[in-house]
Design a protein around this ligand. Sequence first.
Ligand code: C2E
Ligand code: MG
Ligand code: MG
Length: 296
Amino acid sequence: LGKGRWEVFAPSMHAAVLSRHEFKADLHRALPRDELVVQYQPIFEVPSGDVVSAEALLRWRHPRHGLVQPVDFIPLAEETGLIGAIGLWVLERACAEARRWPGHGLRRDIPVAVNVSPKQLQSGAFIDEVQRVLARTGLSPWSLILEVTESLAIEEVEGATARLQELRELGIRIALDDFGTGHSSLSRLRDFPVDIIKIDRAFTTTLSSSRDGGGLSHAIFAFGHSLGLTVVAEGVEEMDDLRALDDFPRQWAQGYHLARPMDGDAMLDLLDARSLERGPEAGARVVRLPLQSQAS
Ligand code: C2E
Ligand code: MG
Ligand code: MG
């Protein structure tokens, strides 16, 4: 690291390397040992309260460490190349699950949103893989949304833009995740093949803020709508966040105030319960929003 420096070796460093090594080996076994689980977080349209989509979120039930969150193992999966197999597994699970959701095959069904790592898009085989999953599970392409992070738009993963465009031509929608936190320029977005932008929680929570009157956040939401995109507010945690969205027509919202990520059966129950509430012909899309009180 340069001349005239001391580096002190501490036994804990050795332990850290070992445990990381162990964690890596564990991750290799996670898929064959069936330790990965997918949860679903519903996304609502406001102010109607319709469930319009649900995001598939990965968790790892580690035999010793308990439930591990994606931030703690997705980077490792990307580093080791395991993300290809894991990502494909998530896609297949999520598509199979969404096939069970009421209203599937109808025009206004509920698409499942699946996160895709830039590493997956690097592979030329990705489009074929997605098509095979759709064929195996019987899910229609318009019932699938693929979420990519904003960083992808800048890094210009080779061939990624063309690949996303090809996926869109199949009828799959593309969502730009965590919008506003990366470094992509607004003009870049104009040319990027995208149908949905998911605006990062940092802007959702400041929409109703008194500091700058929420001006910047408001502009970002308005910008998405003016491009004709579907706009999702991420991280709606408070009643005030939800109220601030009233200015935008057909706005989508996701967050703990509305519903937490849940397992597949709970998601199905939620959709079934709501469709019963409205009668079978109304489909499953209508859900009462927790406008007054905190969601349970
Ligand atoms: P993301 O795609 O932006 O997913 C939204 C994250 O926000 C989820 O965290 C969700 O649980 C959390 N969230 C939802 N509502 C609220 C809220 O009201 N407040 C707060 N503070 N957080 C909320 P999670 O499940 O821990 O996932 C973290 C990230 O890990 C995801 O961010 C996504 O980038 C990545 N990830 C998750 N599953 C997958 C996957 O299957 N493949 C890939 N490549 N990445 C995944
Ligand atoms: Mg996402
Ligand atoms: Mg996000």
